[in-house]
Design a protein around this ligand. Structure first.
Ligand SMILES: [Zn+2]
Length: 239
């Protein structure tokens, strides 16, 4: 009897697990307000613009948050000039996705972790009251990405862990490292728009990154969940 029950439960769990992987989106249901917090203009789009579009279609309000404004990201431009250009590009991308943009006050290439920066991220969460936040996976070759992830994790803890926190990848193979996803979203029907929004960051000349990274990453994640293109995530579970 006991063995039968165990076998039955195992089969049910397996079926549920498979369904979750194939359907891929059940875990997305029910969210009302989603913040996608990236270190630089283009990071939220790079991480999960497909999922952002899908969440919007599922009824969620979606906001892209930029920790810095990419001040160090244009050769030959001052920080002020680059900030103006890159904020305009980010706004264009957000308009295309139909999401709101928020710019925090950190500086590209020099993102800090200190009491004031922890407080800034906590204040953002308290003001926006999301029920879901997506940010960088914390192991990443870019310092600003690591800083962004740790600030969001801290804000999650300091605001009572009352939103669901997910991590995602950017340019795996160059930036995100040691990322083994547990959740997938089929973005096949949103993929063209994702790439269009990503390419709004014209100053970054991202056509090469689409070919070299996004084509491979999104197809690889798609192969993992029986979709043509997918984005993948890990949920923060330990409270
Ligand atoms: Zn970045």
């Amino acid at each position: 009897m006991k063995t039968t029950r165990i076998i039955t439960l195992s089969i049910v769990s397996l079926l549920l697990f498979s369904t979750n992987i194939i359907a891929g989106e059940k875990w997305l249901q029910g969210y009302k307000k989603v913040l996608v917090i990236g270190a630089h203009p283009d990071d939220p789009e790079s991480m999960c613009a497909g999922t952002m579009l899908k969440l919007k279609d599922m009824g969620a309000e979606v906001v892209a948050v930029y920790l810095t404004s990419g001040e160090a990201g244009i050769v030959g431009k001052t920080h002020e000039q680059a900030r103006t250009i890159r904020q305009a590009e980010a706004k264009k991308a957000c308009d295309m996705l139909g999401v709101r943009a928020i710019f925090l006050t950190q500086i590209d290439g020099n993102a800090e972790v200190n009491k004031e920066r922890y407080a800034e991220m906590k204040e953002l969460i308290e003001t926006e009251q999301p029920d879901m936040v997506i940010t960088h996976w914390p192991i990443d070759s870019h310092r600003d990405h690591r800083v962004c992830s740790i600030l969001v994790y801290d804000a999650w803890r300091m605001t009572g862990r009352n939103f669901d926190l997910y991590y995602s990848e950017v340019m795996t193979g160059m930036q995100t490292q040691n990322f083994t996803p547990a959740l997938w979203v089929d973005i096949t029907s949103y993929r063209d728009k994702k790439i269009q929004a990503y390419l709004c960051h014209e100053s970054q000349e991202l056509e090469g990154a689409v070919k070299e990274y996004h084509d491979t990453m999104e197809r690889m994640r798609g192969m993992e969940c029986q979709a043509k293109y997918a984005e993948a995530f890990v949920q923060q579970l330990w409270k």
